[in-house]
Design a protein around this ligand. Structure first.
Ligand code: RB5
Length: 149
């Protein structure tokens, strides 16, 4: 799977570990940065990854900041993005199964490296269930395009 990944300074180490793990697992990873410890602004990386997913260049995105919260708020501003901040593998399974989330947001100051890897793997490996969930996802995405909102 082609996966776009990004992080700010708070998430860069965790992002680099995940890039390595997912690449070793055979995924094609687009690393959108950041690359160093210098303080950067999380929306810059959230928007890069979100635009890669929204354009179809990447199938899924993974974003890491301190909490995962800023990344999720920013990524969800891009049309077509359903970004979910997940704190455990079960949430990651469910955001795929019921919400067809296409971007995962993680908090490197909240979860340890082992859990981060488990959550990322659950997100990548889990399918969307479709059916009644597709109707609900369609309603969300319809609201995104509605001029009255
Ligand atoms: C950076 O200090 C921090 O605000 C950022 O990584 C993230 O947690 C924002 O939501």
């Amino acid at each position: 799977m082609k996966i776009a990944m990004g992080a700010d300074h708070a998430g860069v180490d965790a992002k680099n570990e995940l890039v390595q793990k997912l690449s070793e697992a055979g995924h094609e990873v687009e690393d959108c940065g950041t690359q160093g410890e210098a303080s950067v602004d999380y929306p810059d990386y959230a928007l890069k990854v979100a635009e890669s997913v929204a354009s179809g260049q990447a199938e899924r995105g993974i974003l890491v900041c301190g909490t995962g919260i800023g990344m999720s708020i920013a990524a969800n501003k891009v049309a077509g993005i359903r970004a979910a901040k997940c704190n455990d593998p079960q949430e990651a399974v469910m955001c795929r199964a019921h919400n067809n989330a296409n971007v995962l947001c993680l908090g490197a100051r909240v979860l340890d490296a082992t859990v981060l890897a488990e959550v990322a793997r659950a997100f990548i490996d889990s399918p969307f269930e479709g059916g009644r969930h597709a109707r609900r996802v369609d309603k969300m995405m319809g609201a995104e395009n509605s001029p009255s909102r």
